[in-house]
Design a protein around this ligand. Structure first.
Ligand SMILES: [Zn+2]
Length: 166
């Protein structure tokens, strides 16, 4: 069990494409899952926000995310298999640039395939908050960050300026 350092914007590992996990019960896979969980929980306690984390954010590159929403935990090898044409817009944030907010557009509903902690293949239909969170974290697995999804260049702002937006 370990809380790991969260990598910040500019670290090249955040731009790495993660590789698919093949050995679900290996020590390395289990350790990455536990470290993701511990690091997410510690961040939530300290900053008061945070619902998900992806392996590259702790410097690991297996395709694993960890979610504290909707009863999900470890989500291994996640892939979006269906996307709604209906989109939602929201201000997104990220542990890797905690002082920045980005206005992004995400699919309102998605369906994903993934493997759970015990190695079982699953699919999940997600809408709204869980849908946009999964899209954020699956982007991380592919080396894509929320700032890349800013609707317009001016939709990247400091968190401290957010209350002044009308
Ligand atoms: Zn993030």
């Amino acid at each position: 069990m370990a809380v790991r350092k969260i990598l910040l914007l500019g670290n090249p590992i955040l731009r790495t494409r993660c590789s698919a996990v093949k050995e679900f019960s290996s020590k390395e896979t289990q350790r990455t899952i536990v470290d993701l969980r511990d690091t997410l929980d510690e961040f939530r306690n300290r900053h008061g926000f945070g619902r998900g984390i992806a392996a590259p954010q702790i410097g690991a590159t297996p395709s694993i995310i960890f979610i504290r929403l909707g009863g999900l935990d470890a989500v291994i090898n996640p892939k979006v298999i269906k996307r709604s044409t209906q989109m939602i817009e929201l201000w997104d944030d990220c542990f890797s640039f905690p002082d920045i907010l980005v206005k992004v557009r995400r699919h309102k509903r998605i369906e994903i395939s993934y493997v759970d902690e015990s190695g079982e293949r699953k699919t999940l239909k997600a809408a709204d908050a869980i849908s946009e969170l999964l899209q954020h974290e699956i982007d991380h697995i592919n080396g894509v960050l929320a700032i890349d999804r800013a609707i317009r260049k001016r939709d990247i702002i400091l968190r401290s300026e957010f209350p002044r937006l009308s």
